[in-house]
Write a protein that binds this ligand. Structure first.
Ligand code: GAP
Length: 512
């Protein structure tokens, strides 16, 4: 099965089992807007809790806030979003479809990378154990030709990006013969800029002065509240402010399911530091955030850093943590050293002093800031796409499993009476009562036990707790492990501590 087919199955699975639905589906949905269903919301909340507790509990100098989505319009002038939060757009005249010019070029570059990877695979198969990949890449004529072409397009692309040269974007698209995936033609319009912020009217008078934006990032709520938090919390630099909340972007090309949405959720932390120390903190936060990801146990090899060649207008260093999604390594989280750009501009535009008096140096300054920013939905997709698998069992039966890291699983345990009579349901309800205060559990008595196990595997429940006739005598239950499918007898009195050791989020936090 190709990764593409697997991804399609995952999307269907998310809907079938109540993780994610297209928004307003009865009206045929709304492009790039999705709702989280009854299981999706549990997984999403667990991801948020893992992040929130890692930030605000493990770091005494990080506090949280919850700022509003609506902010004073000047906020977005100061942040640079009104002037520069644009995507380069291009239309195909035949299909009437709109694309991001930069994405067309990046996809083209990825295809060259894929071609080179395929060539390497061929070499590996041909030479077996004696294969030396580095040497092969240096000498194989096909790879050398593709590499030279890649380098040429890539350097033109980076230069165009840096110079914001829209005509050059179009020229690269024409020179590379990039065609519209729908019409197959090269009948392109010129490239032009498109601002990604959604706007609406605030109050009852609908003129321009009342135009307000839906926030395109949560970070600015932190910057405008910075001085309030610093003063009321008596925070000393270095310190951080964390926030989880909705953000909105009128994405030109919204695709790949919840990877790029028009309404999404961010978990952002702005860490304020003394100017001159920002690179040291940038390195620390890179390490810290990578550890947060790897601790989940989804494979160190599935993450990598991607340092930015072109820095955003506000940054003096930036990197992405990329994850191996089914459609390749893509950005999951951004870590940016934002200098004093945001606080400095808010200070200028608001006329309010946003300086910090440093008792250690006796100086006043506008603090520098290191930001960590991750999309909740992207993290959700990373977890689900990594977890989804189809297995053929020894008896030839198939099972679909979501191997979600146990502390993030929506349902931690399913309680299942073997049959619907003989006092087993009553016993099982008592087990539910014992567990429900600590864990999200599900009671299920419908269908055969095999079918119920499959249903729980498909939603990622790490443990099934089965009550049988013997339970009535020995007060023990059978606990089945989702991944190994092995079963063991556990006294009901020990069930809570057994589950706790496996599924409690705090166990992850202790490893950080
Ligand atoms: N405050 C900095 C900032 O917003 P960003 O790289 O634009 O930086 C940060 O976004 C993270 O937010 C991304 O790494 C990604 O996880 C998530 N994100 C951004 N745009 C998104 C979208 N349209 N849909 C889903 N997640 C998105």
């Amino acid at each position: 099965m190709t990764q593409d087919e697997l991804f399609k199955l995952l999307v269907a699975h998310c809907k079938e089992y109540g993780f994610i639905f297209p928004s307003s589906e009865i009206y045929d949905g709304l492009a790039a807007v999705y709702d989280y269903g009854q299981l999706g919301v549990e997984l999403k909340n667990n991801i948020k809790q893992y992040w929130w507790n890692a930030m605000t509990r493990l770091n005494e100098n990080i506090v949280g806030i919850d700022a509003c989505i609506f902010m004073h319009p000047k906020t977005w002038v100061a942040s640079g979003h009104v002037a520069a939060f644009n995507d380069p757009l291009i239309d195909n005249r035949d299909s009437k479809k709109r694309y991001r010019a930069d994405v067309l070029i990046e996809d083209y570059l990825s295809k060259i990378e894929e071609k080179m990877a395929k060539e390497v695979e061929k070499g590996r198969r041909k030479f077996g154990d004696a294969f030396d990949e580095a040497k092969f890449r240096e000498t194989n004529p096909n790879i050398l030709r593709e590499k030279a072409h890649y380098d040429d397009v890539h350097s033109r692309y980076v230069a165009a990006e840096q110079a914001n040269d829209l005509a050059e974007y179009k020229q690269i698209i024409l020179d590379c013969g990039i065609v519209c995936p729908i019409s197959g033609t090269k009948n392109w319009t010129d490239v032009r800029q498109f601002n990604l912020m959604f706007s609406t009217q605030f109050g009852s008078v609908g003129d321009d002065s009342n135009t307000i934006y839906l926030r395109p990032e949560t970070a600015q709520g932190i910057f405008v509240d910075y001085i309030n938090v610093q003063k009321t919390g008596r925070m000393k630099i270095p310190f951080g402010i964390a926030q989880i909340g909705k953000a909105f972007r009128n994405e030109v090309v919204a695709r790949q399911f919840i990877f790029r949405m028009r309404e999404f959720e961010q978990m952002e932390m702005e860490f304020f530091v003394r100017p001159g120390t920002e690179m040291e903190w940038f390195r620390k936060w890179k390490e810290n955030r990578m550890k947060w990801h790897v601790t989940l146990g989804m494979g160190e090899e599935n993450y990598r850093f991607h340092d930015h060649e072109k820095l955003a207008h506000y940054a003096n260093a930036a990197t992405d943590i990329e994850f191996r999604f089914p459609f390749g390594f893509k950005e999951l989280e951004g870590i940016h050293s934002r200098t004093d750009f945001d606080l400095g501009n808010h200070q200028k535009l608001s006329g309010k002093k946003l300086q910090y008096f440093d008792p250690e140096t006796g100086e006043s300054y506008v603090p520098y800031c290191v930001e960590t920013s991750i999309g909740v939905d992207r993290m959700f997709l990373a977890v689900l796409s990594h977890s989804y698998r189809e297995e053929t069992l020894e008896n030839g039966e198939k099972r679909t499993v979501l191997g979600i890291p146990a502390p993030l699983a929506p349902i931690k345990a399913a309680v299942l009476p073997l049959i619907k009579k003989d006092g087993l349901p009553e016993f099982a309800q008592k087990v539910m009562d014992e567990l429900k205060y600590d864990f999200k559990c599900q009671y299920d008595e419908k269908d055969s036990i095999g079918k119920r196990y499959r249903r729980q595997d498909a939603i990622g429940t790490p443990f099934c707790v089965t009550v049988d006739h013997q339970s009535l005598e020995d007060n023990c239950v059978t606990v089945r492990d989702r991944d190994t499918m092995q079963q063991r007898r556990v006294p009901v009195a020990e069930l809570r501590s057994m589950l706790d050791a496996e599924v409690n989020l705090n166990n992850l936090l202790r490893k950080l």
